[in-house]
Design a binder for this molecule. Structure first.
Ligand SMILES: O=CCCC(=O)O
Length: 903
């Protein structure tokens, strides 16, 4: 009794808590078949309570446990016992099936969950069929049936536990939900154990059976019922929420009602509307407006677009709002993660904040009245009333603060303009998901936590993007350059205004400290500014031919649709450097951002859209790691793509070049660096150290032009190493969003392994680790200690490959010739740096170092006005700089004209 009592009491208390923790199921939804299963299960449970009552009545009802005679014969109550057992398993089956159906509708990504759902279905149904003869004929093996019942409980309840564990909700909620579910298992186990004991006692007709069996049995049955009812709570609540307004006489209508039956907003009580309201309950979950565990607002999980977009602001996802009657029930909450804008055809009527929950979403509070966007707290009810008064055409505009993540993610930052955020690919002027519906998560490298998800587009999604860019190109190529420049300048202005928000996003995608994120955005803005100027300076030539009656001229034309494969280390700069040149030239572009950093690219798309850049000119096709190779290949090989630009590793650059060779596509490759940094005895040591500090530790060493091999002349080597160590030791490694942080994490966990292997290799070959040398495991992100290796030699891994990590590798050299030879001893040739006050030597170095860019007494040579690009295996083509960059997106056409009468 005691065990039962504790288990059930605990369960019941926590079950009610669960309602608060998980909230209710999405209230915008019509009831689904599992909701009806719950109702049926609930009704059977009531029947069971009645039979329990009669069972008690025929067996010492009202008598205290200690007053029941020891020799009580339980057989007279058997009929009620039988009646009691009969509905027990069906009731549990109903409840379990409803849980499974509900989980199935959540459309979880996890294969494990899917297998568990389907196998649980099978076992639950199997149990139900197996149990009928046992119950009807009261035959053995009750014990096995009970065991099977327990197994089904464990299977069914373990699924929400797995899902909950994977959700990005506060830990305390996870723990509470898991406790509830475990208590559910425990409660059923205890109940079943007691039933087994009773059934065995009654079947053996034992006169000496413990009379408490009767009371225990009855109480356990009642308790199990209570547990069932409590477990049904969320569904019951959702159903009653759904129907209450109708019972009260309201008649919500939905867009689906309208489209299916032509009924207007006020026709919700019509026959058609009623049919449509219920006809979907057996339809496939995917066709319904359900919220996926990992999915999103647009296209899935939220209402479909209404016939006309209501307003231009915030223009994100727009859905019909037949949920307006439900708004009245929402209460205020604190942990917001999503916003919903309420609007009619003309006015913004309200901003309603929603919160993430594990299953579905709920609206928590009204944070502003929409007119101000200031977050003035007003009453939800009054907004709804105003909305209803103002227009029948009421829409909810899902404002993309987090609506993709409304159910799953908590934004780790706050934006002043949350409508910048989008979590779908941008094709034409639409935010779209992948055909497969698959998504991938975006992680914060500083915490290893996912905070968003994006479509995992595949090769099959490429055509739509390219065709959109191609359609746009047909008109964009004829737009005059001044208009293109104006758009670029407007994009520039909007990006300046969004700088603060964009910096936060960049920090949470890449891990780089906020100050560096600001630096990147300033650098990136230079490209929009620069290429706005370049647009109007595209010029051809006219020349006089050797034949006296001829004139030769060249004209420049945009090459066509272009594709950009963009890295994660400078997600804003690399996009704008490429797209700035492309748009200035009159080309359209499909950008494939890196899987680590899609959100900033999508913010740029939003800003481009706001700047008035025509639909299809700038498209962003997001994808995950797995789909990156096939999607990139499809982009490179698509016949409508005329030029590809890629920034990344030399290994992948070669693959891209191979793909492009099929169509002889024009190609710009910005590849690996392995850049040497030379410091001569006569250098200004402070200047060299200062520049190296900025260059080497910038984004934790994750820049293609970072100093990979640092050659220091023997005369100053030790002093240089000591100074570098002193300055580096003062770096504060931490999350990029923390104000004190001067060095953030690596962007991907893969980089940690590579860095560790390189340090180990150098150490084993005789290098000395004078600082750092290992991953920083005390923090949850992908941190690596700022590391200095001294005594490096040519046979070590770092000499041959880029680290892309915070590792400063110091080499000692004696003469200029030796330094140049060592510096050039690599297949790559992106950038080189030299520090000397000897002008002759500097000039010699400029000529002799094999690299596309030479930093002379500087470690910072990247700028919009400066041609960027490497030689050797660091790639070809230039980005930024006068003429050269825009030329990458132009074709030159030669015209030859014969004239008469002029020779
Ligand atoms: O990592 C590559 C780009 C770095 C830069 O543009 O300065």
């Amino acid at each position: 009794m005691a065990i039962t009592f504790v288990a059930h009491l605990g369960y019941d208390i926590f079950a009610w808590l669960e309602l608060d923790l998980l909230r209710e199921k999405p209230a915008d939804e019509d009831p689904y078949i599992d909701d009806f299963f719950i109702v049926v299960g609930y009704m059977i449970s009531i029947c069971q309570c009645v039979t329990s009552w009669y069972f008690i009545k025929t067996n010492y009802v009202g008598i205290h446990i200690w007053d029941i005679p020891k020799d009580n014969d339980p057989r007279p109550g058997m009929i009620w016992n039988f009646a009691n057992q009969l509905p027990y398993i069906p009731a549990l089956t109903m409840v379990k099936i409803s849980v499974l159906l509900f989980i199935r509708r959540l459309d979880s990504h996890s294969r494990l969950v899917k297998y568990l759902v389907w196998s649980s279905f099978a076992v639950v149904i199997g149990l139900f069929l197996a149990v009928l003869p046992v119950v009807i004929f009261q035959c053995h093996p009750v014990r096995y049936i009970a065991a099977l019942n327990l197994l089904t409980d464990i299977m069914v309840l373990s699924i929400p536990i797995i899902i909950t564990a994977r959700l990005h909700i506060p830990l305390r909620r996870k723990i509470a939900v898991c406790i509830i579910l475990c208590l559910g298992i425990a409660a059923t186990a205890v109940g079943l154990w007691r039933i087994i004991v009773l059934v065995q006692a009654t079947m053996s007709k034992s006169q000496g059976a413990d009379p408490t069996y009767h009371v225990g049995f009855c109480s356990s049955v009642i308790e199990v019922n209570v547990a069932i009812i409590a477990a049904c709570g969320p569904s019951m609540k959702a159903i009653s929420t759904r129907f209450r307004p109708r019972l009260l006489g309201s008649s919500p209508s939905s867009e689906s009602d309208k489209s299916a039956y032509g009924a207007g907003p006020s026709s919700g009580t019509g026959f058609g509307s009623r049919i449509s309201r219920f006809s979907h309950i057996f339809t496939k979950p995917t066709s319904r407006k359900r919220t996926s565990m990992y999915s999103t607002a647009n296209g899935r999980g939220y209402p479909s677009a209404p016939p006309a977009a209501p307003v231009d602001w915030p223009r994100a996802n727009v859905g019909s709002c037949d949920e307006r009657f439900d708004l009245r029930k929402y209460t205020r909450g604190t942990d917001s993660s999503s916003m919903l804008y309420l609007t009619d055809d003309e006015n913004h009527l309200g901003i309603i904040q929603t919160t993430d929950i594990s299953v579905g979403y709920s609206i928590e509070s009204v944070v502003g009245d929409g007119s101000s966007r200031e977050g003035r707290v007003v009453n939800a009810e009054s907004i709804v009333q105003r909305a209803k008064r103002s227009s029948d055409n009421l829409y909810c505009v899902y404002y993309l603060n987090h609506c993709t993540m409304a159910t799953n993610y908590e934004l780790p930052f706050q934006l002043s303009d949350p409508s910048l955020l989008h979590f779908e690919s941008f094709i034409g002027d639409k935010w779209v998901g992948a055909k497969s519906g698959k998504r991938f998560e975006v992680l914060d490298p500083g915490s290893d936590k996912a905070w968003a998800s994006c479509p995992a587009n595949a090769a099959e999604d490429v055509s739509a993007a390219v065709e959109s860019a191609h359609t746009a190109f047909e008109s964009f190529r004829k737009v005059n350059p001044r208009q293109r420049a104006k758009w670029l300048l407007e994009w520039y202005n909007l990006t300046v205004a969004a700088k603060e928000d964009l910096a936060k996003i960049v920090t949470h995608e890449t891990g780089k400290p906020l100050a560096e994120a600001y630096g990147e955005i300033d650098y990136s803005l230079g490209f929009l500014w620069w290429f706005a100027g370049e647009a109007e300076r595209i010029q051809g030539t006219v020349s006089t031919a050797s034949a006296p009656n001829r004139r030769i001229f060249t004209i420049k034309q945009p090459i066509g649709v272009t594709a950009a494969l963009v890295p994660w280390n400078f997600p804003v700069a690399m996009v704008l450097r490429k797209v700035g040149a492309a748009l200035a030239a009159g080309c359209t572009m499909v950008v494939k951002p890196s899987p680590e950093t899609p959100i900033s690219a999508l913010v740029l798309a939003e800003l481009a859209r706001r700047a008035g850049i025509p639909a299809g000119v700038f498209n962003v096709l997001t994808t995950d790691l797995e789909n990156t190779p096939p999607l990139s290949e499809a982009l490179c090989k698509h016949p409508l793509v005329k030029k590809v630009t890629f920034t990344g590793s030399t290994r992948v650059g070669k693959l891209v070049a191979a793909h492009c060779s099929h169509g002889l596509k024009k190609l710009t490759l910005e590849l690996g660096g392995n850049c040497p940094f030379l410091v001569f005895d006569d250098a200004n040591l402070d200047q060299a150290i200062e520049q190296l500090m900025a260059l080497k530790w910038r984004h934790a060493g994750q820049a293609c032009i970072t100093a990979n091999r640092i050659y220091v002349q023997a005369g100053i080597y030790d002093r240089f190493a000591a100074l570098l160590k002193e300055r580096t030791a003062a770096l504060v490694v931490g999350h990029g969003a923390v104000a004190e942080t001067t060095m953030g994490p690596l962007t991907t966990p893969r980089s940690l392994d590579k860095a560790t292997a390189q340090v180990e290799d150098a150490r084993s070959r005789g290098a000395e680790v004078i600082l750092g040398g290992k991953p920083l495991t005390s923090k949850p992100g992908y941190f690596f200690e700022p590391t200095i290796l001294s005594g490096m030699t040519e046979d070590m891994l770092i000499s041959q490959e880029e680290s892309f990590a915070p590792i400063a590798a110091l080499y000692r050299f004696e003469t200029e010739e030796q330094a140049v030879k060592l510096a050039n001893d690599t297949s790559m040739g992106l950038a080189s740096y030299a520090f000397t006050k000897n002008v002759d030597r500097m000039w010699r170095l400029l000529e002799n170092l094999e690299a596309g860019m030479i930093g002379m007494n500087t470690g910072n040579q990247s700028a919009a006005e400066s041609p960027f690009g490497g030689i050797k295996e660091s790639g070809y083509g230039k980005e930024s700089g006068k003429d050269v960059a825009i030329n990458e997106y132009l074709v030159t056409k030669t015209g030859t004209l014969t004239i008469e009468g002029q020779y």
